[in-house]
Design a protein around this ligand. Structure first.
Ligand code: B12
Ligand code: NAG
Length: 135
């Protein structure tokens, strides 16, 4: 006969959403496009990412649902997807311009991730800032 399932273990399963059980929750985030170089006012979009999903996925979801937001990326052999253009504005090697990836947490703190759009995993309610800048 099978032993009766341990009730403490069952409770633990119920309390761990997304770990052992499937998680269908979508994580809400915002994407803000900043282009101070061309003096374009910032635009903020709301989108979402699947549980523990990558930023690139959220950006593709946003592009598919909102015709105002578009982006292109190139594939770096070592580091993966490199964000090349946003809303028709492209980074340029000669002009030393690029799209910088910044993250603003709900408490307002802004950080610069040390990975690109293919590796960054957004957290709920973060504002992902795509900022056209110079290096
Ligand atoms: C210079 C540099 C840049 C320059 C590149 C300018 C240019 N076109 O020459 C600029 C300022 C544009 C840049 C941007 C970013 N970078 Co950078 N960059 C470097 C650095 C210091 C040297 C690269 C280099 O010249 N190698 C020598 C050449 C001969 O080799 P290469 O293969 O041709 O180099 C190319 C790639 O490295 C590519 N590249 C540079 N950074 C990144 C980042 C990503 C995600 C990708 C896909 C490609 C890429 O640009 C180089 C020139 O074409 C490296 C660290 C290091 N010491 O290696 C970090 C490094 C590659 N960058 C890194 C990061 C995180 C970024 C950013 C995501 C930072 C941010 N938060 O915005 C952005 C990219 C955003 C985007 N648009 O997708 C990380 C990548 C780690 C990872 N696994 O994702 C590194 C390793 C530094 C780190 N923090 O650890 N970067
Ligand atoms: C994100 O924001 C929503 C709506 O304001 C809130 O209900 C939720 O608790 C927040 N989640 C986190 C992890 O901050």
């Amino acid at each position: 006969m099978m032993p009766a399932p341990n009730s403490a273990a069952l409770l633990l399963l119920l309390l761990l959403p997304g770990t052992l059980t499937g998680n269908t929750d979508s994580v809400p985030i915002q994407v803000e496009v900043q282009n101070p170089i061309d003096k374009i006012p910032p635009v903020t979009y709301s989108t979402h990412v699947v549980y523990r999903g990558i930023l690139l996925g959220a950006m593709k979801t946003l592009m598919a649902s909102n015709s105002d937001f578009k982006f292109t990326f190139t594939e770096d052999p070592n580091y993966g997807p490199y964000l090349h253009s946003v809303n028709g504005v492209a980074g340029n090697k000669e002009k030393h311009t690029y799209w910088e990836l910044l993250v603003q947490s709900p408490n307002g703190k802004i950080t610069r991730p040390n990975v690109g759009i293919g590796c960054y995993i957004p957290n709920a309610n973060e504002t992902i800032i795509l900022r056209f800048g110079e290096w």
